[in-house]
Design a protein around this ligand. Sequence first.
Ligand SMILES: [Zn+2]
Length: 363
Amino acid sequence: MLPNEAQDYETGISHFKSYALSGERVQEHVVPSTVEKSEQSRLDYYDVVGHGHLMKYITASAAGAHNILMIGPPGCGKSMIAKRLPSILPELTKDEAIEVMAIQSVSGSLGVDHGNLTRPFRAPHYNTSPNAIIGGGTYAMPGEISLAHNGVLFLDELPEFSRQTIDALRQPLEDHVVTIARVKQSNTFPANFMLVAAMNPCRCGHYGTGACKCSPTEVRKYRQRISGPIYDRIDIQKYLSKVDVMKKHDDSERMHSADIRDQVLQARAIQEKRFKDVLGVSTNAQMETMHIKTFCKLDSECETLMENTYAKYPFSVRSYNKIMNLSRTFADIGGSEKIRKEDVISALMARDLDKEDAMRLGD
Ligand SMILES: [Zn+2]
């Protein structure tokens, strides 16, 4: 985030807070959300079998607040993995909790248990209207992306959402606020969420296996429902394959959420220290070029690795930055001040879809 954007964000938040606290259109409406939450609190990554490689990226996603897209056939465990993310995320800070409560209050969804607020996890269905997701309606009310502020927005079957909704995510993904303009008024709401998305690799879901019935054009069309700028804002894009339940899996790969969460908290503590004097940045995912220059210095070995990769697969400045942000997160998870070669390699392997860029952008 650039300094003026950071200020916009801070201004947006403070305007919003005074709007929420003024009591305007604040409805006292109680939603029975406690059942859902207690169910959520029982979910543990120990239930996830056979996705050891992906779990490394899930951990990084939570540790550095990186957006993530999982691509895999139906039934491979994408939503099972997404729903367990809250189990490894840090508790809300006091300021974050106030913001979450303010949004819930404005939207009329303040729960009975607001003394014990958990990090939001919103998972709207793809049939949900663009207004309900992005925000809008007669009174320009906050949508799901604002209800997910300081938490997770999970969009399952991402290409099935309307093009209007997908494209409207671009601005909030960049600015972390959303401005909803209506004839009578325009409201700015916070929308600093971690995007967790899932999709099939093609419409039939079996791309890459003999069972796929889609033509290359159909595959391309399906994936192009998500525009380049949206893909660009998703730091981690990983393929998952279906797990063979009959196969014996290596149990040592399975981890309890509590243990993963310890790694996440350790990496977040490092970031808190790093960014304490940096306006508008609190996680590695938010670093822009100028922060990367300061906080992601590479040694000559890592620099050579980046140069060799660039010679083979030229990447944009944005992609370079994303590789650096994510390398920083892997180093933080490893408790290393210095970005190591293995951190850069892990970051370079984070975007499976890049290999198919030529195909996606082919027509
Ligand atoms: Zn297919």
